[in-house]
Design a protein around this ligand. Structure first.
Ligand code: PLP
Length: 400
């Protein structure tokens, strides 16, 4: 006997289709820009992509070869919930080699990109209703993930005077208003590309931990530091949680693999969560990630390319009529002030795309308060495209 489907009354089907309140988070606007750009390209137009924060290059050759070999010869089964022991050990070695930090591999938790790292870290640390400070402007999913998990993101305004990072004073002030349970910072940051000096990072961590506020450091753009070497929070405090990824420096966005360095006392909580939420991180990606560390020379070449792009834009954009942007210290972002042209960065970005074929992300994605005056340009593409972008932006601004 086949089961037959009986249509439900409207009220009941409406109820069944209703999304939860916790899912009512804002979309990631950059995705809308990408879609519009794709439509222009489908109609035969040429778009310079400066909207997406992802490298154009593939994963290191070493990573691709290791994955290929594993596919041919290995059984791709589950791994330990905390990650393959050899990858955790290799990540710990990376801390010794890069930062001169002696790290116990037992504190390393492999994650499905840093995105899953945030979910695990927030679940391991915070209760529903807990207040967690983040910088404004900042990476939108921080506030959206916190909201979806029932926590309260507390936006701390940053400005040029503080190099667009949270200061100890601002953190203490927000905590005095209503207690904070955590603070999350990124250096280099997205969308601003600005970095914290080692002393500033150490001071902020000391202030946070002195007030009982957990410190989370998003270090996804480490390795892409041009102004000065980035400092890891793991070298400053054993209580800080570091979140990192193979997505950016190692050009492995689609492989979905990252890691955390957690305080010893939180590792078991992350393990229990990962066991239940996803069992383990994709094995093929873990194998590739371990081998990616052997491809650092190839990645350094790419980094020099980003540095060249940075030079082309910081020299060319002022001449093209766009002189105001934040310090371009690291990552591959330039956050430009377009207030002299518009009060509506979304409409401005749409016109820039439609009329000049340059896709950029409006600042409202990153800053609900002042973002209508900013545009984020990603310079992870090719140098020739950056030169072309400067030309196109110049032409667009001259046309008015
Ligand atoms: C600051 C920042 N953190 C985290 C992520 C998430 O990256 P993934 O999940 O690929 O590691 C991104 C991606 O753009 C980012 O810009």
């Amino acid at each position: 006997m086949t089961a037959s489907f009986q249509p439900l009354p409207d009220t009941m089907s409406g109820l069944l289709a209703k999304a939860s309140r916790r899912s009512e988070i804002a979309p990631f606007i950059v995705m809308d820009v990408m879609e519009r750009a794709a439509r222009i390209e489908a109609a035969g137009g040429h778009v310079i992509h400066m909207e997406v924060g992802q490298p154009a290059a593939p994963a290191p050759r070493t990573a691709r070869e290791a994955a290929r070999k594993a596919l041919d010869h290995g059984r791709i089964g589950y791994t330990m919930a905390l990650g393959m022991p050899s990858l955790r050990a290799r990540i710990a070695r990376h801390y010794a080699e890069t930062y001169n930090v002696d790290l116990d591999p037992g504190r390393v938790v492999v994650t499905t990109g840093s995105s899953a790292g945030f979910i695990l870290a927030f679940l391991a640390m915070f209760e529903p209703g807990d207040r967690v400070a983040i910088a404004n402007p900042g990476y939108p999913p921080y506030r959206h993930i916190l909201t979806a998990l029932g926590c309260e993101p507390v936006l701390i305004e940053t400005d040029a005077a503080s190099r667009w990072v949270i200061t100890p004073e601002a953190l203490a002030e927000a905590h005095a208003k209503a207690p904070l349970k955590g603070v999350l910072v990124a250096s280099p940051a997205n969308p601003t590309g600005t970095m914290m000096r080692p002393e500033a990072l150490a001071e902020l961590i000391a202030t946070a931990e002195g007030l009982g506020i957990r410190f989370i450091s998003d270090e996804i753009y480490h390795g892409l530091d041009y102004a000065f070497p980035a400092t890891t929070a793991a070298s400053i405090s054993p209580h800080a949680t570091v979140i990192h990824s193979f997505s950016k420096y190692f050009c492995m966005t689609g492989w979905r693999v990252g890691w955390m360095v957690m305080p010893e006392g939180l590792v078991r909580a992350a393990e229990r969560l990962q066991q239940n939420l996803s069992i383990s991180v994709p094995t093929l990606s873990q194998i590739a990630a371990e081998a990616a560390f052997d491809g650092a020379a190839e990645m350094e070449e790419l980094k020099h390319g980003y540095e060249e792009n940075r030079r082309i834009l910081t020299a060319g954009l002022p001449l093209a009529g766009l002189p105001e942007f934040l310090p371009v210290d690291g990552a591959f972002y330039l956050y430009a002030d377009v207030s002299r042209f518009t009060d509506d960065s979304a409409a401005f970005a749409r016109r820039l795309l439609d009329e000049a074929g340059v896709a950029a992300t409006p600042g409202v994605d990153f800053d609900p308060h002042r973002g209508h005056h900013f545009l984020r340009l990603s310079y992870a593409g090719a140098a020739a495209e950056m030169r072309e972008a400067v030309e196109r932006i110049g032409g667009f601004l001259r046309k008015g």
